[in-house]
Write a new protein. Structure first.
Length: 272
């Protein structure tokens, strides 16, 4: 996170409450409001679109309520959630969902600032934990003497289907994404679903050719044409095929460094 502004999405179906929350949030130093929503479905869509780091959401909302939105956004790459409501009886449910804080209406400026400070601290702790995990993996690789010779990496994959087994050459892969207990292999306009974990598959691919850009996405390095900014912060890898897989926040710095060291094949477009 360093000293970058904390990106925040606000969601409340009461216009007066949303206006007050927007004003109080805007008064907190180092915070940037990237979107506002008036119902749960809109909040979920905007949270995913903007990749907001923090979502402050009313528990009782039209359509999806705040609890179901929080559940849908949960995960290592998901935003930190702060619940807001006029009823303190929801507090236990909020903290059961690992909300970082709980705001009661009418909103108070000091409490809003305190909740955002807690959110910032949690995000920093999460990023530190991810960096430690990456360092441990590097150390483990060094202890094991690094990866095996290139001849040990996969050059082709066999995919079972109704019509029999089909061969896919690894050099033809554009990118790979995780889908629960499966991985989807993207090859041009076609894709193949394979029962495997992305972690297991990455270990069998040449690290000089394939780059992990997200906990759920790996790209073939030569297919990356541009690193483009996303609304609300973060990066998207624009592939030569037109696909646009997102770059995870914990991978962004390493991905930038990697492609800046490349031989000029990839252009990084930074926000103005």
């Amino acid at each position: 996170m360093s000293d970058e502004a904390l990106t925040v999405l606000l969601a409340d179906d009461e216009p007066l409450a949303l206006r007050r929350l927007r004003r109080l949030t805007g008064e907190v130093e180092g915070v940037r409001i990237v979107a506002t929503a008036s119902d749960g479905d809109q909040a979920l869509a905007l949270a995913r679109e903007t990749a907001a780091q923090v979502v402050i959401i009313d528990i009782k909302m039209p359509g999806r309520d705040g609890v179901s939105v929080a559940r849908a956004l949960a995960g290592p790459e998901g935003p930190v959630v702060i619940f807001a409501t006029a009823f303190d009886r929801y507090a236990i449910q909020a903290f059961d969902l690992a909300a970082v804080d709980y705001l009661l209406k009418p909103f108070d400026g000091a409490r809003v600032a305190e909740a955002l400070a807690r959110a910032r601290a949690q995000i920093r702790a999460r990023e530190a934990e991810q960096r430690i995990g990456e360092l441990r993996a590097i150390v483990q690789d060094l202890r094991e003497g690094g990866r095996a010779a290139d001849s040990r990496f996969e050059t082709e994959l066999w995919i079972d289907g109704r019509g029999g087994a089909q061969r896919v050459l690894v050099r033809d892969l554009d990118w790979i994404e995780a889908e629960r207990d499966y991985v989807r292999l993207h090859v041009g306009a076609r894709s193949y679903l394979v029962r495997d974990s992305i972690r297991n598959l990455v270990e069998r691919l040449d690290p000089e050719a394939f780059v992990r850009i997200h906990r759920s996405a790996v790209v073939q390095r030569d297919r990356v044409a541009q690193l483009a900014p996303r609304p609300g912060g973060g990066l998207t890898a624009v592939l030569s095929t037109g696909a646009r897989p997102a770059v995870g926040r914990s991978h962004a710095a390493a991905v930038r460094r990697l492609f800046r060291r490349s031989s000029g094949r990839t252009r990084t477009s930074e926000p103005s």
